[in-house]
Design a protein around this ligand. Structure first.
Ligand SMILES: NC(=O)c1ccc[n+]([C@@H]2O[C@H](COP(=O)([O-])OP(=O)(O)OC[C@H]3O[C@@H](n4cnc5c(N)ncnc54)[C@H](OP(=O)(O)O)[C@@H]3O)[C@@H](O)[C@H]2O)c1
Length: 293
C-alpha cells in the first residue's frame, strides 16, 4: 500500500501529495539546500507532477531511508549532499562507472526496481570548461592543471582526464594528489604550484575552497604567479559564492579568459534531473527554468 507521508527515520517528516517525488539527502538540506528550488522549477517546466523534498538524514539512518525510498515507486531519485556522498554508495544497487571511479555519489535515479548512483559534478564542470575553451576539440589540445582534490576536485579531475592533452594535479596534502594521479594516469605536482609548472599549462582549474565566501580568503595562485601562464591560457574556478573570486579577478586583470562555478552548479543539477526523469524532456526548457530559479 502506498504511504501518503514519509515520516520514517528522517529529521523533517514530509507529506507527499504529488504523483512522484524526489529527495535531497544530507545532514540538513532542509536548512537552505538549493536543489529543491532548481528541481521544482524543472518539474514545473517539464509538466511533471512531482516535488523535491529535503530529507535530513543521519549516517546511522541512511540504510533505512534508502530501503524505504527504494520500496516506494513514487520516489524517482534526486540529490545527495554532505556528508553522505561517499557512504551512500554502499546502499545503492549500482553505480555509474564515473561515480565508482570518483568514489562519490551526488545524484540518484531509479532504473526499474534498482537505485543507481551517479556523479554529475564532474560532467557539469566538463561542459563548462569545454564551452570556455571553445569546444571538445579545443579542450583535447589543452595542458591542464587542477588544484584541489576534495570531493568536488576529484570528480572534476576524473572527467578532465581523457579530455585534455595532459593533466597535472596539485593538492595541499600531497599524498592525495599522488593517489588520484596514479588512479587517473595523470601527474602529481607540488602545492603551492611553481612558476615553472605554470609556464607549461594553458588551462588552470581551481577546485580548492580558497576564495569561497565562507572559507579562506586569497587565491591558490598569487596574482604575481599568474603572470607565468602563457598568453591565451584560461582560468576556471568551480567556486560560485562569490562568482568573482580573487583568482578570477586577478586572472581577468591579466587579460585571461575566466569562468566561475555557477554554470557547473546549474549543469550538474540539469544532468541529474534528466537522469531521474528520462522520459522525453525539453532539456533547454528545464535548464532555462532552473537558471531563472
Ligand atoms: N560549482 C559547483 O557546482 C560546485 C560543486 C561542489 C563544490 N563547489 C565548490 O568547490 C569548493 C571545494 O568543494 P569540495 O566539496 O571539494 O570541498 P572539500 O572536499 O572540503 O575539499 C577542499 C579542497 O580545498 C583544499 N584546501 C582547503 N584549505 C586549503 C588551504 N588552506 N590551502 C590549500 N588548499 C586547501 C583541500 O586540500 P586538502 O586535501 O589538503 O585538505 C581540498 O583539496 C568549495 O568552495 C565548493 O563551494 C562548487
Amino acid at each position: 500500500m502506498m504511504r501518503d507521508s514519509f515520516d520514517g527515520p528522517i529529521d523533517n517528516p514530509i507529506s507527499i501529495t504529488t504523483e512522484r517525488y524526489a529527495a535531497i539527502l544530507g545532514a540538513n538540506p532542509s536548512k537552505g539546500a538549493r536543489s529543491p528550488l532548481l528541481w521544482n522549477a524543472g518539474f514545473a517546466a517539464a509538466g511533471i507532477d512531482a516535488v523535491m523534498h529535503p530529507m535530513d538524514t543521519t549516517v546511522e539512518n541512511l540504510s533505512t531511508v534508502i530501503a524505504a525510498l527504494k520500496a516506494d515507486r513514487r520516489y524517482l531519485g534526486g540529490a545527495v549532499t554532505m556528508p553522505h556522498k561517499q557512504a551512500i554508495a554502499a546502499h545503492l544497487d549500482r553505480l555509474e562507472p564515473e561515480a565508482a571511479r570518483i568514489g562519490a555519489v551526488n545524484a540518484i535515479y531509479r532504473d526499474g526496481d534498482a537505485l543507481v548512483g551517479a556523479n554529475t559534478d564532474g560532467a557539469g564542470a566538463l561542459a563548462q570548461i569545454e564551452e570556455l575553451v571553445g569546444g571538445a576539440n579545443a579542450l583535447a589540445t589543452k595542458r591542464a592543471l587542477l588544484i584541489g582534490l576534495g570531493g568536488a576536485g576529484i570528480a572534476v579531475a576524473a572527467y578532465l582526464a581523457g579530455h585534455v592533452a595532459s593533466l597535472m594535479l596539485a593538492n595541499r596534502t600531497r599524498s592525495v594528489a599522488d593517489e588520484v594521479a596514479a588512479r587517473l594516469s595523470s601527474t602529481a605536482v607540488d602545492y603551492p604550484v611553481s612558476r615553472r609548472v605554470l609556464e607549461t599549462i594553458d588551462l588552470l582549474v581551481n577546485a580548492t575552497t580558497i576564495g569561497h565566501q565562507d572559507g579562506l580568503q586569497g587565491s591558490p595562485v598569487s596574482a604575481d604567479d599568474l603572470g607565468a601562464l602563457p598568453v591565451g591560457a584560461v582560468v576556471y574556478d568551480i567556486i560560485y559564492q562569490p562568482r568573482e573570486t580573487p583568482l578570477l579577478r586577478a586572472a581577468a586583470a591579466r587579460g585571461l579568459a575566466v569562468r566561475d562555478g555557477l554554470g557547473m552548479n546549474l549543469d550538474q543539477a540539469v544532468i541529474a534531473f534528466v537522469k531521474a526523469n528520462p522520459a522525453a524532456l525539453d532539456m533547454d526548457a528545464v535548464r532555462a527554468a532552473m537558471l531563472a530559479a
